[in-house]
Design a protein around this ligand. Structure first.
Ligand SMILES: Nc1ncnc2c1ncn2[C@@H]1O[C@H](COP(=O)(O)OP(=O)(O)OP(=O)(O)O)[C@@H](O)[C@H]1O
Ligand SMILES: Cc1cn([C@H]2C[C@H](O)[C@@H](COP(=O)(O)O)O2)c(=O)[nH]c1=O
Length: 238
């Protein structure tokens, strides 16, 4: 049989990569509320990745987070900020690897705190412990390191609100009084988020939630994600 007579293998279109949306912001701003409402609205098309610190039980993330939380600190501070950062980034790379082997990929992934959280919080924690470290440099370095191992999110929604209001909600939720060193981490995280959002306006969308009910915030995040899904479908069709 001549080569020309051999039918060419049927090429399936490459499976579409999910639209990856992370929800970011300081403690207590309303990320989990918005992410859960959005996931409920998108239904089966969507996979919600819970925040790493919300994965309990005998899972690898659960065990790593327990180890990093062993000091009973408000943050994941064990005194080895570089090790903590690498461990958290490894868990974030693992999420993508696990998704890649699912038999059916979701259309949309919603991530409650993504790699930007690790960059921002670890930069805040590390720069408080390492004299001379510039937090913005550290945050950029963390993001650039992890981007060699996995893609950054397609879109990142940064929720913002009054820091004192958020901090109070957070302290109420965990039932603790925050020390000055904790408040400094949150303040630094707030500053770093603002800087990242300004530096990457194509990826980041900032939603100011000040004085707005959770339902209105969820609706705005939902509308944004629906637009991104439509845009993606149009790009694929073109
Ligand atoms: N827009 C809003 N207005 C008022 N309260 C809100 C709003 N969104 C969320 N909340 C409330 O604030 C608290 C914190 O919300 P949520 O857990 O969603 O925030 P978070 O950013 O995920 O917090 P954390 O960083 O602590 O995980 C909850 O009690 C929630 O009901
Ligand atoms: C990603 C990340 C998180 N943490 C800390 C920050 C918070 O205290 C908790 C999670 O906070 P939430 O208010 O429940 O969202 O984990 C950290 O220390 N380092 C990190 O990289």
């Amino acid at each position: 049989m001549s080569a020309a007579a051999v039918p060419a293998p049927r090429r399936e279109p490459a499976p579409a990569r999910p639209l990856w949306v992370s929800v970011e912001g300081i403690n207590g701003v309303g990320k989990t509320t918005a992410a859960r409402a959005l996931a409920a609205c998108l239904g089966e098309r969507c996979l919600l990745l819970d925040e790493l610190t919300d994965r309990g039980g005998d899972t690898l993330p659960g065990r790593v987070i327990s180890a990093l939380a062993a000091e009973d600190d408000v943050f994941l501070r064990t005194g080895y900020p570089v090790v903590e950062t690498l461990a958290l980034l490894a868990l974030k790379v693992r999420e993508v690897e696990r998704l890649a082997v699912l038999p059916t990929a979701p259309e949309v992934v919603i991530e409650d705190r993504g790699v930007d959280s690790v960059a921002v919080y670890q930069a805040a924690i590390l720069s408080a412990q390492v004299p001379g470290a510039d937090p913005a440099d550290v945050a950029r370095h963390v993001l650039s390191t992890v981007s060699r191992w996995r893609l950054l999110p397609d879109a990142t929604v940064l929720l913002t609100d009054n820091r004192e209001v958020c901090t109070r909600r957070f302290a109420d939720r965990i039932g603790r009084t925050l020390a000055l060193r904790d408040l400094r981490v949150i303040e630094q995280a707030d500053i770093l988020y603002t800087g990242l959002a300004a530096a990457e306006p194509d990826r980041y969308t900032v939603i100011d939630t000040t004085g707005r009910p959770a339902e209105a915030v969820a609706d705005e995040v939902g509308a944004l994600v629906q637009d991104l899904v439509k845009q993606r479908e149009a790009d694929h069709a073109a």
